[in-house]
Design a protein around this ligand. Structure first.
Ligand code: GDP
Ligand code: MN
Length: 388
């Protein structure tokens, strides 16, 4: 789960990680209030969306007066912000962070993330902060410093020294930097983060360290023990169908550009079905694994979610009846189909426990369903339908 920059900075403050003074505003009047509380210019007005690259897209503006704060806030709130991370359709902005401007001497890069190969926590830093770090890594890899921290030992002074030397920090900020990285590591571990990224981390002209930007991502599987973080969730930033699916505990991911909706039980089978759809020349519109132990109700909700995707031109249902028996599954499909209007053709392929009873339920339902007996013919059938 991702959170906004202003929320990440609230967490930073709890750990005494230095950030500029500021607050979030949902309208220009509040933005003006915050700026006058800050009491000095320039003030920075920053679009709050779950995507980076806002600066280049016009979502970060400096203001030199209260009037400018108001005009920037009015321009940014409600704008459709397009960055390289939002995709061409962009993202609607609902709020801005208004914070004290900083006198920047140097922009650095710093991030923490789990390294799955070594099972360590990896700290990445670079002197070339502020811009696209992917580009720095590709063109000038020698400018990227990596420090592995074994989580059983935790962060040690030598890790921080390695980072400080690599970043070529002035001696006067090394102590403050060491404290900051140590606290950042603590924040990372205590909150089950999957990413903390500060780009840029700045050194100011008066030689202070400051987190100017803040990006955080959390391990969804650990959210049950962090109610305070779950409270940061912003449904405006998530795909509406993904939000609906998460209510029913369905493993659903909406995929851009596809036209074949599919519902499968078991993640491996779901991957195989997506391959089958592509082999047949079509594109899957989603990933949906209802799970091995799905109930008729889950099948019903999954089917409803697929059918409410306007891009779906055809649906392929592929079920292996194991724990979820074919008759239970068929009942779920029929119940869902009766409750809503099905405007697209549906191909069903199932095998396994009680398959005959399941086929009978589908056949006697009076619904217009196409049936297939093997995966290849099911894929070909639905691809033909979606292309028509
Ligand atoms: P991002 O583009 O979404 O990553 O947003 P950032 O928070 O990183 O802001 C983009 C850029 O705006 C930074 O790299 C800075 O160069 C600039 N910026 C942000 N805050 C300030 C500030 O307080 N003063 C000045 N002069 N520039 C700022
Ligand atoms: Mn940034």
């Amino acid at each position: 789960m991702k959170i906004h920059e202003f929320q990440a900075k609230q967490m930073f403050r709890r750990y005494d990680i230095p950030t500029p003074a500021g607050d979030v505003a949902f309208d220009a009047a509040r933005a003006r209030e915050i700026a006058s509380e800050i009491g000095q210019f320039p003030v920075v007005v920053k679009a709050q969306i779950h995507a980076g690259g806002r600066g280049k897209g016009g979502g970060v503006q400096l203001a030199h007066s209260l009037e400018e704060v108001v005009s920037h806030a009015e321009a940014i709130i409600g704008m459709n912000l397009v960055t390289h991370q939002t995709g061409p359709e962009g993202k609607q902005v609902h709020k801005v962070l208004v914070e004290a401007g900083s006198n920047i001497e140097k922009e650095l890069y710093l991030s923490l993330l789990p390294d799955r190969t070594t099972a360590n926590i990896l700290i990445i830093a670079s002197r070339a902060g502020g811009m696209d770090i992917e580009e720095v890594a590709a063109r000038t890899p020698e400018q990227i410093i990596k420090v592995q921290v074994n989580p059983l030992i935790g962060i040690q002074p030598f890790h921080c020294r390695k980072l400080s030397f690599g970043l070529d920090l002035p001696a006067s900020v090394v102590k403050e930097f060491t404290q900051m990285v140590t606290r950042l590591y603590q924040l990372f571990v205590e909150n089950d983060c999957s990413l903390v990224e500060i780009n840029p981390l700045v050194i100011t002209r008066d030689k202070r360290i400051l987190a100017l930007d803040a990006k955080m991502d959390f391990d969804d599987n650990a959210l049950f023990r962090h109610k305070d973080i779950v409270a940061f969730r912003d449904l405006d930033e998530e795909d509406p169908l993904d939000v609906e699916a998460s209510k029913y505990n369905l493993n659903y991911i909406n995929l851009d550009g596809g036209t074949v909706g599919n519902m499968v039980n078991g993640a491996g089978l779901a991957m195989a079905v997506m391959d089958t759809i592509k082999l047949a020349g079509a594109e899957p519109a989603n990933f949906l694994d209802v799970g091995g132990g799905a109930t008729a109700e889950m099948v019903e909700n999954g089917f409803k979610i697929i059918l409410s995707d306007p891009n779906v031109k055809g649906v392929l249902i592929n079920i292996f009846g194991g724990i979820l028996r074919c008759d239970v599954f068929a009942t779920g499909v029929v119940d869902a189909a009766r409750k809503m209007e099905i405007k697209v053709p549906v191909v069903v392929r199932m095998e396994g426990t009680n398959v005959d009873a399941g086929r009978k339920i589908l056949a006697e339902s009076g619904l217009k369903l196409f049936t297939a007996t093997d995966m290849k013919s099911a894929g070909d059938m639905v691809a033909k339908i979606a292309a028509a």
